[in-house]
Every structure is written in C-alpha cells, then in structure tokens.
Design a protein around this ligand. Structure first.
Ligand code: SAM
Length: 249
C-alpha cells in the first residue's frame, strides 16, 4: 500500500475520505505535528553531533520524509504517548524498547534503500522501524522472537495500513530463507557475532546494518556491504547500546 493511500499526509479531501474509510489518523488535524517536527530537528542535531563517528553530515530527504510520515505515537504504549516524539527509546513491554528515532533514521539511511527493494528486519518490536522501511521499499519481512510483541505489531501495522509488511514470530538469527535474497537486512538487537545465515541471505550488492557486541556493553553499529562478487566490506559506524539478540541458536 502506498503512503498516500494510508491517508497519513491527507493532502486533500479525497485522501481524507480514504483515510477515514480505513480508520487511520490524518496530518491535517494531527495534534502531534509540532512534536514530530521537533523530533526531526533533534534527529538532524544528533546527526550533526555524531558526524565525526558516522562520517555523515545529513540524512537523505527520502529517509527524513519517511520518518516524518510514520505516526510513532501509534507504536508506543498509550501511557507514553506524550513522549512518543522525544528522540529517545521507550519501553514497549517484555523488557524491550522502541528504538531512538535518530537510530531508526540512521539505520534506514545506512541501508541505502531503493523503491523496489525487498528488506528483512530482525527484531520487529513495536513495528515502528518496519513501518518506516515500508514507506521506502516494495516489501518488508520482519521477525520477532517474543510472540506478544510480534502479534501486537501485526495488529498495529495492519490497522495503520502498512500492507507490504509481513511479520513472523521466531528466532531471527536464522533469517527468513524462503524470501531471500534481500537487498538489505537490518538487525535491531545486538548479537555477539554477525549471524552467518544473514550474510548468506544478503543479495550481492546488498547491505547489512547490525549492532555487534556483548550485552550491557557498548556495541558497534556496523555496515556490511556485499559486492557483486560476494566479498564483504565492513564499516564501524557508531558506538551504540542495543538490547541483546536472544534465542537458543
Ligand atoms: N525495531 C523495533 C521497533 O521499531 O520497535 C525495536 C526493536 S527492540 C530494540 C529489539 C527487538 O528484538 C525486541 O523486540 C526483541 O524481542 C527482538 N529480538 C531479540 N532477539 C531476537 C531474535 N533472536 N529474533 C527476533 N527478534 C529478536
């Protein structure tokens, strides 16, 4: 489903009607417009502050527009909605978090996405990152190990009209071989080492974005590029702190 069909930006009456028909919110009477703009400003300020690490001065307009288009308040617990557009992670239950908006934006940028791409995300959590990806690519597959979170994400993504996202409950360490190869893979929980199945499921020319390191210590957000010959190039982009990739793999 396209961004406009979700009715989120609601540029005109026709889209407003479509938006109402599928029961989704509309920017025109959106009480979160101010907070969302402040969040975008905060993301840019953080990009500037971290540019010595990342080597990136700005994020692309396409990524910033995707972030602007997704109603983050729909992905956080009701009692935390007032904080939905703060540039910080928030608890979503089961000891897990919705990632900091700056990190979501940076990981999306690093993935270098094209409109026809097929993307795999490991760690669905709230479904927010999957929604951002869904506005940018053809198809998103996402895996969550905690059934309650995965089921909630299915409900929220469907309610909001993100029809090009499929959620699977399971251990994302093994990837989702049935839909491979992927143009990009994003991992939003930190493994000790890069899972070999994810490297195998990456298309030549594809990108893997993954935080790597031990739990409760600083990890390194890595960007791996697989060239057309299958050779991998690795870049350490930023020190980060993610929840661990769990599972019995
Ligand atoms: N991307 C999420 C979002 O937008 O809300 C945030 C993800 S949260 C930082 C990390 C998620 O990874 C948690 O929901 C956690 O349960 C999940 N996770 C941890 N280990 C996993 C595994 N082996 N396979 C799939 N999901 C896993």
């Amino acid at each position: 489903m396209t961004g406009s069909l979700r009715g989120w930006n609601c540029p005109g009456i026709a889209l407003l009607l479509i938006g109402l028909a599928v029961g989704v919110p509309c920017m025109a009477d959106d009480e979160y417009q101010g907070p969302r703009q402040r969040m975008l400003d905060e993301i840019q300020a953080t990009v500037t502050r971290t540019q010595l690490h990342t080597g990136r001065q700005r994020l692309s307009a396409r990524v910033m527009e995707a972030i602007a288009s997704v109603p983050r308040h729909e992905f956080v617990p009701q009692e935390l909605r007032d904080l939905a557009y703060a540039n910080r992670p928030l608890p979503i239950g089961h000891g897990q978090t919705i990632s900091q908006p700056y990190i979501v934006a940076l990981m999306t940028e690093l993935a270098g996405l094209q409109p026809d791409d097929v993307v795999l995300e490991i760690g669905t959590g709230s479904g927010y990152q999957a929604a951002v990806l869904a506005t940018l690519v053809r198809q998103v597959y996402t895996i969550e190990i905690i059934p309650d979170l995965g089921q909630r994400a299915v409900t929220d993504l469907s309610r909001l009209g993100y029809a090009n996202v499929q959620v699977r409950i399971g251990d994302g360490y093994h990837g989702w071989p049935e839909h491979a190869p992927y143009d990009a893979i994003l991992v939003t929980a930190a493994p000790d080492r890069i899972p070999a199945p994810l490297l195998e499921q990456l298309r030549p020319g594809g990108r893997l974005v993954v935080p790597v390191g031990p739990p409760d210590q600083t990890q390194s957000l890595k960007l791996l590029r697989k060239d057309e010959g299958g050779l991998l190039q690795e870049e350490d982009v930023l020190p980060v702190g993610f929840v661990p990739l769990t599972g019995a793999h």
